[in-house]
Every structure is written in structure tokens, then in C-alpha cells.
Ligand binder design. Structure first.
Ligand SMILES: Cc1cc2nc3c(=O)[nH]c(=O)nc-3n(C[C@H](O)[C@H](O)[C@H](O)COP(=O)(O)OP(=O)(O)OC[C@H]3O[C@@H](n4cnc5c(N)ncnc54)[C@H](O)[C@@H]3O)c2cc1C
Length: 251
């Protein structure tokens, strides 16, 4: 990894949205890829919904095993105010309230969401995005690529179980996808990401966006910092935390 240092960081505009819970209806459900479930949500309560940042998140409110409810962070993959459609993609990673709900929900069922509470829009100056993540980051990465203006480039480095879980994005910019294949059982291992970064050369004004399992995201970030990447040109998020499933399920 080498790059030319860039003096002026891109501005980040933070926009607050009115806090509100909404009850919507699942209008459609499809297996986008073997491990990704796409839900289209509709409803009058979408009035006033706003999501301005590609990596915004809303709270999906789903039942838990004890009859209560839990909230999980999910990216608004696409919002079409005119059509009144909100699309979300949920990874079927196995057992968890959000994954279980997405597997079982049917068209006509209610879907409850809160937020987004705000959007962080990374402004001009970025000419190349390096978007690194796992399946849970794909909705934000896909949205970012689809929203690229002409003349802006993106490279994505995304881990999925296999070629059938890859996704294709249309964009006015240019996009170079790099896919890592590993089973979901290895989703908390960083080796393949770090190996894929070896020898990677970043053009000036590259923004590095990282979202994956929390420890992996931290490791990748540390690697960029070690290589001298300016932290003002980087955003890192832990999108989930690996827990021992047996321990998590124990009483
Ligand atoms: C800002 C933000 C945006 C996000 N956007 C999306 C999105 O658009 N779509 C999406 O699917 N997820 C997204 N996530 C990640 C999602 O919130 C987590 O994966 C969440 O833990 C899933 O909840 P659950 O109820 O299915 O499982 P949990 O009850 O949280 O976890 C149950 C078990 O599954 C394991 N687990 C959880 N996630 C994964 C995984 N990805 N791979 C392997 N094992 C896992 C846990 O370690 C635990 O052992 C986002 C997270 C953040 C912070």
C-alpha cells in the first residue's frame, strides 16, 4: 500500500432526522443470493423518511426468543420516496433474531423500524473509494457504488461465502470489484482481507471505508494506519461482534 498524502480531508456533513418509529408492511421478499434476503417495505408511515448517507442505518425491531423485542442495525439499501419503497438486505448468517425474522417473514407481515437518527454525508474531494467489508457491509457498499457520480472510482473488497453470493452494481462511476471467498463460519477471520491488501496501491484522494466484524475492522484499520494512511481519509465500523454461538445461547 502506498499513496500520496493528501492535505485537505473531505468534509463530513452530519444531518439529524426526526426520531420516529414506523410500522410498515413487507411488500416483497426474495433471496437475492443464497445468503442474502431482500425485503421491500411499504407503508403510509414512510412519509418523512429520510436517508441521505450510503452508510446510514435504521433500527429493525424484531421479536426475540423470549417473546420480547430486540433492535438490530440495518442499512436502508434503497429508498424511493416516489414509489414509497424502502429496500433492506439482511444476511442469513444462521441463528439470530434479525436473521430468523428475515427468513420467516412473509409479504403482508408488519415490519417495524426506527430511525435513521442521522446521516453522515462524506463530501467532495474523494476521487477513489476503497470499500472493504463482509456481507453485512454489502448493502452500504452497494449503495455507495450505485450512488457514485460520473468520474469517481470505487474498488470494493468484500468477503462472501462463494461466487453465487457476489452482487453486481450499476453505477455512473467506475467500479472494480475484488471478492474474497470464505465460508460464513470464518467470517471472524481477517487473514484473507490482510492478504488481499498486500501490494495494493491507492491513488491520491482515496477514502478507505471499512465495515466488518468488529475485531477484523480494527485490524484492517490498524494496517492502513501503519502504512501511513491519513485517518481523516478513513471510516471504520464494527458491524457485528463474533460471539461463541453456544455461549450466546446458554441460559
Ligand atoms: C451501521 C450498521 C449497518 C448494518 N447493516 C446491515 C445490513 O444492511 N444487513 C445485515 O444483514 N446486517 C447489517 N448490519 C449487521 C447486523 O446488525 C448484525 O449482523 C446483527 O448482529 C444481526 O443480528 P441477528 O439478530 O441476526 O444476530 P445476533 O443476535 O446479533 O447474533 C447471533 C449470533 O450470530 C453471530 N453473527 C451475527 N452477525 C453475524 C455475521 N454477519 N456473520 C456471522 N455470524 C454473525 C453473532 O456473533 C452471534 O453469535 C449492520 C450493522 C451496523 C452496525
Amino acid at each position: 500500500m502506498q499513496e500520496t498524502s493528501v492535505p485537505t480531508p473531505p468534509p463530513v456533513e452530519r444531518i439529524r432526522h426526526a426520531q420516529r418509529r414506523r410500522t410498515l408492511t413487507v411488500a416483497a421478499r426474495e433471496r437475492l443470493t443464497p445468503h442474502m434476503i431482500r425485503l421491500t417495505l411499504k407503508g403510509l408511515e414512510l412519509h418523512g423518511f429520510a436517508s441521505l448517507g450510503a452508510d446510514d442505518h435504521l433500527k429493525l425491531i424484531v421479536p426475540d426468543a423470549d417473546g420480547g423485542e430486540v433492535q438490530r442495525d440495518i442499512t436502508p439499501r434503497r429508498f424511493d420516496a416516489e414509489a414509497g419503497d424502502l429496500v433492506i438486505d439482511i444476511l442469513d448468517h444462521g441463528a439470530g433474531p434479525a436473521a430468523d425474522w428475515a427468513r420467516s417473514v412473509q409479504p403482508g407481515d408488519p415490519a417495524r423500524i426506527g430511525g435513521p437518527r442521522g446521516s453522515a454525508v462524506i463530501g467532495g474531494g474523494v476521487v477513489h473509494w476503497l470499500l472493504i467489508g463482509d456481507e453485512t457491509a454489502l448493502p452500504a457498499i452497494g449503495r455507495r457504488i450505485e450512488e457514485l457520480p460520473a468520474g469517481i472510482h470505487a474498488t470494493s473488497l468484500v468477503a462472501v461465502p462463494g461466487p453465487e453470493d457476489e452482487q453486481l452494481f450499476r453505477t455512473r462511476g467506475t467500479h472494480r470489484p475484488v471478492w474474497i471467498h470464505r465460508p460464513l463460519s470464518q467470517a471472524a477471520r481477517s487473514e484473507r482481507f490482510l492478504a488481499a491488501l498486500d501490494g495494493l496501491k491507492l491513488p491520491a484522494r482515496s477514502f478507505v471505508w471499512i465495515a466488518a466484524e468488529a475485531a477484523i475492522a480494527r485490524e484492517i484499520r490498524a494496517r492502513f494506519l501503519l502504512e501511513g494512511h491519513d485517518p481523516a481519509w478513513m471510516k471504520t465500523s464494527g458491524y457485528w461482534t463474533a460471539r461463541d454461538r453456544d455461549a450466546a445461547e446458554a441460559p
